[in-house]
Write a protein that binds this ligand. Structure first.
Ligand SMILES: CC(C)(COP(=O)(O)OP(=O)(O)OC[C@H]1O[C@@H](n2cnc3c(N)ncnc32)[C@H](O)[C@@H]1OP(=O)(O)O)[C@@H](O)C(=O)NCCC(=O)NCCS
Length: 199
């Protein structure tokens, strides 16, 4: 049975389990900083703002994570000291500089009554079993927003695009990646998606 709860209501080792899922799900993006998933988990585990995150739990194990913010409060806070401790001075400093901009990006004019869904990931052994769908449905039922946004989904991320479309999200913005970069990273567009609750 899947139960979904806010991550700050879970036990003391929640952060560690969340970090593993994050590293597993986002390793392709973070490969420059380390190819070692355990090292990535150790480096990024500190950043989760737990009261902004939800976790799906199966048999006392965290199976999936996602943040939902009010488009103003960041869901993660990167600490340069922690990043340097695990990634070394150079890569740690670079991660703090580059990823802070990306991970903690603010909405310029935060829309009202709107939630931002971020950092969705399911542990590999639980993928394809409806876990992310159930977790996101729970988040949308238990938060008060009328609309939900998911910013920056790579057009090549078929599992994610299918997941969000199946849940009823629709594309509202498409940002082309400059040609040189697109060739290098294999992504042509970043898609922003939106879901509006009925009624
Ligand atoms: C994207 C991700 C969160 C999906 O989690 P999940 O728990 O496996 O998703 P679900 O089982 O709820 O799947 C729901 C729907 O998504 C789609 N989907 C999921 N995995 C898929 C896959 N490998 N290929 C194609 N479609 C897929 C399907 O439409 C599926 O519905 P169906 O089972 O009726 O066909 C997971 O693959 C993941 O963690 N990926 C790495 C991190 C990531 O890319 N996060 C998204 C960042 S925007």
């Amino acid at each position: 049975m899947i139960t979904v709860s806010r991550a700050d209501k879970l036990g003391p080792n929640a952060r560690e389990q969340m970090a593993k899922i994050f590293a597993e799900g986002f390793k392709d993006w973070l490969v420059f900083f380390s190819k070692d998933e355990n090292q990535l988990a150790a480096a990024f585990g500190h950043m989760f703002v737990l009261n902004q995150f939800y976790a799906a739990v199966i048999d006392n194990e965290i199976a999936a994570i996602a943040a939902c913010t009010n488009c103003q409060t960041p869901s993660v806070k990167l600490q340069p000291k922690e990043l340097r401790k695990h990634l070394g001075w150079f890569k740690g400093s670079l991660a703090a500089f580059v990823l802070k901009k990306e991970f903690e990006a603010h909405f310029k004019n935060p829309p009202s009554d709107t939630g931002s869904i971020e950092f969705v990931g399911t542990a590999a052994q639980f993928r394809g079993q409806g876990v992310a769908s159930e977790m996101i449905r729970y988040i949308m039922e238990s938060t008060p927003y009328k609309e939900y946004l998911i910013e920056e989904v790579a057009d090549t991320n078929i599992p994610a695009m299918n997941l969000y479309k199946k849940l009823g999200f629709q594309e509202y913005r498409r940002t082309p990646v400059p040609q040189m970069k697109a060739k290098k990273i294999g992504i042509t567009n970043f898609i922003a998606l939106k879901y509006r609750k009925e009624g």
